[in-house]
Write a protein that binds this ligand. Structure first.
Ligand code: B3K
Ligand code: ZN
Length: 869
């Protein structure tokens, strides 16, 4: 483990490359033997030794050109082979211990299945190699394993030979014709149920589709396979991109550090993102399965065929692929709820990251542990940057730019600059300034100020932008932002600016400030800014409650309409914090009542608009948060909301009878709306009957869980009884039981820590399984506001105790769950002290991983900038 930061600026091309790899893997739980043969070629004119990366390997043999070779040195992290020729073949034999690999990186054996995870730097835990994405080789892999326990032996590409040995083992050879970096290598061995299907591409090429799931789970794989076919078709229709091998395989495993992995021709998935059926999966689970299946499939072009030159370029493949999966999901489901979902992620998590010690541009400048940079910034802000290209260029030019990108770079390992250059080649717009989004971190704030002169009936609206200094970067420049814009008066008339700066509902903000002028206007106008969240920015636009209600009623952009209500709720909660509840007066409640009655048929819009902003979102518009005070203010507002609007909510609820389960957008919208309303009705009190009834009658997981969630905060006795019935019903299914674990872990109760201890003793809890750990400890740390931020610091201490144990076995997951602690600077001084005390404990822990070290040391060194406050 190296605690030394690597810098983007220090990139050097590889001194050697490997063109062909032959691997022979003799699977054994504690002593798997890997024989690798490489065709190595010196790059350029130099006399360096060949340095291969390796981690936790036992080296048994080194041969060059068929002869044993001894002129090498080994370190903790490398094998240095001295005095080598310009071209030679290298054979290495190494041994590894998959059974005791609990970090779930490299080759591991869990729940009776062997599988691999190599991105970012896991291949070096399988054998010594040039483990960097700009070394592309053709792989041929032979796997040997016990035939009875591991009837299925899979690797990348196509199977070309197989056979049996005399000792009860068998073997299969796989060949992948596409040169690839080692991070896309995969192997799987196990005993699965198989779903088979096929797909014919637009150009007539047949592709075999295979989905491997745990025995007995075949029916739960059907939706994933259908999703895959929809994704294949969509990518052909939208981007003209077809699949390029004869077989596409997906394997679902139970032990996995993240969602899924796009290994060439052999995706490995966390079973959470494959298995789904009406009884066990919510609408959201179905949505996630489809979007993750699509995401990994889309990587075949954006990631695999065109890959990253180095890991600093990660957003090249991730931002672009997230954008592609978002567009796909919007086309398959609904644009509005998709957009809102992604904006929530940006506001709740990415803005918080940008304001924290871990702030980094979408293309980071320096990294200690690469696994720490699979972040909301690289992924989600990265996707927002790609979306801005799409907005600025329009869909046709964007497609041309993508075509050009593939024309130039298919089969190469490239940089974000190469992507920008391909886009630049199809447009007259100068993208030079826009490209600053790749190197500047932090969230820009667009401040909107207005002036109106009743005499001249002139109105000026000024937009100024500002990005506060961040932990990683002091000086900020003005960014180039597409700002979707609309302007209305209180009666809903729309206005255009005098100089025509606003075109097709959008203008460019590329300087520190810009003013739009309006003549002959009867009253001060209402600026409606950043429609569809056209740039990843915050907006400060101080509109009154009446104006926000007018925006909801009249704005053209539905996202703006939703956003206006979010701002209204935020403002109301702030009045409660100030103990000025009276400011939330009858006009506001009447306005909200009209929202419900006027839009009662628009279940999608209401399902979004009736959600009160989360505690995490509210934190983004506040500083030095007094947790208990904000939590109380939010709860009081929720209660008043539910009571004041009880009549219309109840009427709405009655119209939302959803009938037998169907997975259609109309039914999904109605279910979502119904469950949001149910939560309000429960909050108003007296809804126990309704809760029991919904749980009783539900023919699907969305409604069962909807009842449980509504009971959770508002009806403890109903919650307890429904939870124990749920546990009995789903005890056999760990993925469903994770929902139960998560609900317990997020319940606000004074004895929550003993509850968490009980959950860890539950027979279904497994401390080595990341899904269980995330469901219990992750849910608590991220979403149990009152418990995690208990004023005596006990919540912080509990999480820290757990993380110190977890770090020794699975540092990647530990480093994810530490995130809420590292955001101490958002909270009032008393909380800060307690949080930092726990971070100090982590920092002083002996044998700390690089993963935790990087995040914790940065957080402790973080000085809150006065401008950020
Ligand atoms: N590329 C993988 C993520 C790998 C994470 C390594 N710690 C999944 C994805 O983004 O598709
Ligand atoms: Zn990805």
């Amino acid at each position: 483990m190296s605690l030394q930061a690597k810098k983007r600026a220090d990139y050097l091309p590889p001194a050697f490359t490997i063109n062909d790899v032959k691997m022979d893997v003799q699977l054994h739980p504690t002593c798997t033997r890997v024989t690798s043969e490489y065709q190595v070629e010196r790059m350029g004119n130099h006399g360096h030794a060949l340095t291969l990366d390796g981690d936790n390997l036992t080296l048994r043999e080194v041969c060059i050109d068929g002869q044993p070779y001894t002129d090498y040195e080994q370190t903790d992290s490398s094998l240095v082979i001295c005095n080598v020729a310009d071209d030679f073949s290298l054979k290495l034999v190494t041994e590894i211990d998959p059974e005791h690999n609990q970090a779930l990186e490299g080759l591991y054996l869990s729940a009776g299945t062997y599988c691999t995870q190599c991105e970012a730097e896991g291949f070096r835990r399988i054998t010594y190699y040039l483990d960097r994405p700009d070394v592309l080789a053709r792989f041929e892999v032979t796997l040997h394993g016990d035939k009875q326990h591991y009837p299925t032996l899979l690797a990348n590409g196509n199977p070309i030979a197989r056979g049996d040995h005399d000792d009860g083992t068998h073997w299969v050879t796989w060949q992948d014709p596409h040169p690839k970096p080692a991070y896309l290598f995969a192997l799987v061995a196990g005993d699965f149920d198989l779903l088979e299907d096929s797909y014919t591409t637009t150009s007539g090429k047949p592709v075999k589709l295979e989905l491997y799931v745990d025995k007995g789970k075949r029916d739960q794989g059907v939706f994933a396979l259908e999703s895959l076919k929809r994704a294949m078709k969509w990518d052909e229709d939208t981007f003209g991109l077809e699949y390029d091998l004869d077989i596409y395989m997906i394997v679902a495993v139970d032990f996995f550090n993240m969602g899924a992995m796009e290994n060439k021709g052999l995706n490995i998935f966390n079973s959470k993102f494959v298995l789904a059926d009406q009884d066990s999966a919510t609408d959201e689970d179905f949505f996630n399965v489809e979007s993750v299946i699509a995401h990994e499939y889309f990587h075949n072009w954006t990631g695999n065929r065109v890959t990253c030159r180095d890991w600093f370029q990660l957003s090249l493949k991730e931002g672009l692929t997230v954008f592609r999966d978002q567009q796909f999901s919007a086309d398959m489901t609904s644009p509005l709820s998709n957009r809102i979902k992604h904006v929530r992620v940006m506001r709740e998590h990415q803005f918080a990251e940008d304001a924290s010690a871990m702030s980094h541009p979408i293309r980071p400048e320096e990294v200690i542990e690469m696994n720490n940079f699979y972040t909301v910034t690289v992924y989600d802000k990265g996707a927002e940057v790609i979306r801005m290209f799409h907005t600025l260029l329009g869909p046709e030019k964007f497609r041309e730019g993508m075509d050009e990108y593939f024309r130039r770079h298919d089969g190469q390992a490239v940089t974000c600059d190469d992507f920008v250059a391909a886009m630049q080649s199809v447009t007259d717009l100068n993208l030079g300034h826009f490209a600053l989004w790749y190197s500047q971190s932090g969230t820009p704030v667009i401040e909107v100020t207005t002036s109106y002169d009743p005499q001249t009936r002139r109105m000026d609206i000024t937009f100024s932008q500002h990005t506060a200094p961040t932990a990683d970067q002091k000086d900020k420049a003005s960014l180039f932002m597409p700002v979707a814009f609309d302007c209305i008066d209180s009666a809903g008339n729309h206005y255009t600016d005098d100089d025509g700066q606003v075109r097709d509902g959008m203008f460019i903000l590329d300087t520190a400030a810009k003013t739009l002028h309006f003549s002959d206007v009867p009253e001060p106008l209402i600026p409606v800014v950043l429609g569809n969240f056209s740039a990843p920015a915050k907006v400060e636009n101080s509109l009154s409650a009446e104006q926000l209600l007018a925006v909801f009623q009249y704005a053209n952009d539905t996202f703006n309409r939703w956003d206006a209500l979010q701002s209204l709720y935020d403002w109301c909660i702030h009045q409660y914090e100030l103990e000025n509840q009276a400011a939330v007066d009858a006009t506001i409640w009447q306005g909200l009542e009209q929202v419900i009655t006027r839009e009662s048929h628009n279940h999608e819009l209401l399902g979004e608009c009736l959600v009160i902003p989360s505690f995490e979102t509210l934190c983004q518009s506040r500083q030095l948060v007094e947790v208990a005070a904000l939590n109380t203010a939010r709860s009081q507002f929720c209660r008043d909301f539910a009571q004041r609007l009880h009549g219309p909510l109840e009427t709405l609820f009655k119209t939302l009878e959803t009938g037998p389960y169907q997975y259609t957008q109309t039914a999904i919208n109605a279910r979502r709306c119904r469950n949001v309303v149910l939560n309000h009705l429960a909050c108003a009190g007296d809804a126990d009957k309704l809760l029991n009834q919904q749980f009783e009658q539900a023919d699907n997981m969305t409604d069962s869980l909807g009842a449980l969630k509504a009971a959770q905060g508002h009806s403890p006795s109903v919650f307890e009884s429904l939870m124990s019935r749920f546990e009995q019903r789903w005890n056999h299914d760990p993925l469903v039981l994770d929902k139960w674990f998560g609900l317990h872990a997020t319940t606000e109760r004074t004895d929550i820590l003993s509850q968490l201890s009980l959950l860890q003793q539950h027979p279904r809890f497994a401390k080595g399984n990341p899904n269980r750990v995330r469901a219990v400890i992750g849910s608590f740390a991220f979403f149990n506001t009152a418990g995690f931020h208990a004023p005596d610091g006990s919540g912080y201490q509990f999480v820290t105790d757990y993380l110190l144990k977890l770090d020794a076995v699975n540092p990647q997951v530990a480093a994810r769950i530490v995130t809420p602690l590292t955001q101490w600077h958002n909270f009032a001084p008393d909380y800060q002290l307690l949080m930092k005390a726990q971070l100090e404990r982590i920092a002083n822990h002996k044998g700390l991983s690089g993963d935790l070290y990087e995040k914790v040391s940065k957080s402790l060194a973080f000085k809150v900038n006065s401008e950020q406050q």
